[in-house]
Ligand binder design. Structure first.
Ligand SMILES: [Zn+2]
Length: 89
């Protein structure tokens, strides 16, 4: 019943994990310690970084891509420009 007060240490296997700070757990038997905040922030930061990178790539691809030519309007205009009657001289 005393052991239940402590979490089992994954390193030494003894129930000697105590809360040591805001979100930091450490073993009083060995030097094991784990920061829960750091573990939570890690994957989130990585995900954010990946999202930012994907966004940056999309933005660069958008900038590098040539502008969309309005084909229909140009097709409509160009024949009339081409088929201008030659000057009668
Ligand atoms: Zn330990």
């Amino acid at each position: 019943m005393f052991d239940r007060a402590y979490l089992e240490c994954p390193k030494c296997g003894r129930h000697t994990i105590v809360k040591n700070g805001e979100a930091r757990w450490s073993c009083i038997n060995c030097d094991f310690s784990r920061d829960l905040n750091a573990n939570d922030a890690g994957p989130l930061n990585l995900l954010l970084l990946m999202a930012m990178t994907a966004l940056a790539i999309a933005l660069v691809a958008e900038l590098l891509r040539p502008p969309i030519q309005p084909r229909r309007s140009s097709d409509r205009i160009s024949p009339s420009l081409v088929q201008t009657p030659p000057p009668l001289q």
